[in-house]
Design a protein around this ligand. Structure first.
Ligand SMILES: Cc1cc2nc3c(=O)[nH]c(=O)nc-3n(C[C@H](O)[C@H](O)[C@H](O)COP(=O)(O)O)c2cc1C
Length: 183
């Protein structure tokens, strides 16, 4: 069955390691007959949650008028969420953290329309080789899925990557493509 994958990237570095991981995943997913749509949150205007508690009062999930609004139909229509991100200080970069915080609108019992995500993937890269450096972002990712009712379908930790494009010297792109093929 063909699935619809919403691939969110987080890095401000175009052509960086996480961007290449996202592209590899998309290539695999499309080769397997799935649909994939990439959104680069670092180049969108998505502020943080302002805790106004006016979610849904205008018919939109969030009352703030920025690019989060253009993502709402995708979040309500795509089966699979893919987060492709570097770690910044052991967690998600602020470039995607605003989007994550704004999921608040979909997190409570008062949510007018549900998220469509049934499953998710995390493609995370970082400079450190020690896998424990990735524990924190993986914990956050897993807790998000637990809270919002989508299941983890795969986590790829592409460690030991500092310079942009370094991932091309590794096997991680093949691993990302394989995850995409197995959506
Ligand atoms: C602000 C900042 C914070 C970072 N924090 C970490 C970190 O905590 N641990 C780590 O292993 N790498 C860290 N890095 C390195 C990046 O995660 C690494 O270079 C990654 O490959 C960048 O991915 P990109 O090419 O997709 O931007 C940091 C980089 C920046 C710019």
């Amino acid at each position: 069955m063909s699935k619809k994958c919403l691939v969110l990237t987080a890095s401000p570095r175009k052509g960086g390691n996480s961007d290449l991981l996202a592209n590899a995943f998309i290539g695999g997913a499309q080769a397997a007959g799935h649909e994939a749509h990439k959104v680069e949150t670092a180049f969108k205007n998505i502020g943080g949650c302002i805790a106004c508690d006016t979610c849904w009062s205008t018919g939109y999930a969030c009352t703030q008028e920025d690019d989060f609004r253009t993502l709402e139909p995708l979040m309500e229509g795509y089966d699979v969420l893919v987060l492709a991100t570097p770690i910044y200080w052991y967690t998600f970069p602020m470039q995607i953290k605003g989007w994550i915080d704004r999921l608040y609108a979909y997190g409570g019992a008062g949510s007018d329309r549900p998220l469509a995500f049934k499953e998710s993937y995390l493609l995370v890269c970082g400079e450190e080789s020690d896998k424990s450096a990735y524990d924190n972002i993986i914990y956050t990712y897993n807790q998000m899925g637990n809270f919002l009712n989508f299941k983890d379908a795969g986590i790829l930790v592409a460690s030991g990557l500092g310079a942009a494009g370094k991932v091309q010297e590794t096997d991680f792109l093949k691993q990302a493509e394989a995850l995409g093929r197995n959506v």
